[in-house]
Ligand binder design. Sequence first.
Ligand code: HEM
Length: 147
Amino acid sequence: MTGLVHAHSGLRYLILAGFLWVIFNFIGKRNEAFDGGIKKAFLITMIFLHVQLIIGLVLYFKSAKSAMIFEDFGMAMGNSLTRFYGMEHMVGMLIGIALATVGYSKAKRMSDGVLAHAKAFKLYAIAFVIIFVSIPWPFLREFGTWF
Ligand code: HEM
């Protein structure tokens, strides 16, 4: 369980690196098609997100910080830590991961590569903002961690 929490915590940095890779590619190569290295950056970020989703779901049912919601919903909502892990973190991350997944799969099917790049980037950019603010950073939450 502790190992899983550390893996989940550390993976946030790989996910952030993936998003930064996607963003810098878009800044430098916005007129290039959704192909090659550009597509790879999107794909690798999505793989990190899906691994994180699986670990997160396991944690969700095992961690005392979130499982409280199944025992006493009202009490869990009344405490900032159990509300965050039981509701806010989970909902924010599910929305963010879903947006990125839709972005990738829509872009993959588009025939205009440059438009596909823009479409995938738009959804990844929204996903990035939602995911970033849903991470328990020490500067956003009193119980936040760096690792
Ligand atoms: C991009 C997706 C995600 C990122 C970047 C992320 C990041 C994090 C981070 C940084 C922590 C703090 C770990 C620590 O205190 O050391 C955490 C904890 C947690 N996350 Fe996520 N998470 C993501 C998705 C999810 C999802 C989808 C779920 C559930 C469905 C989830 C459930 C949890 C739970 C239950 C904890 C508390 C674990 C504990 O300390 O006992 N996470 N997450």
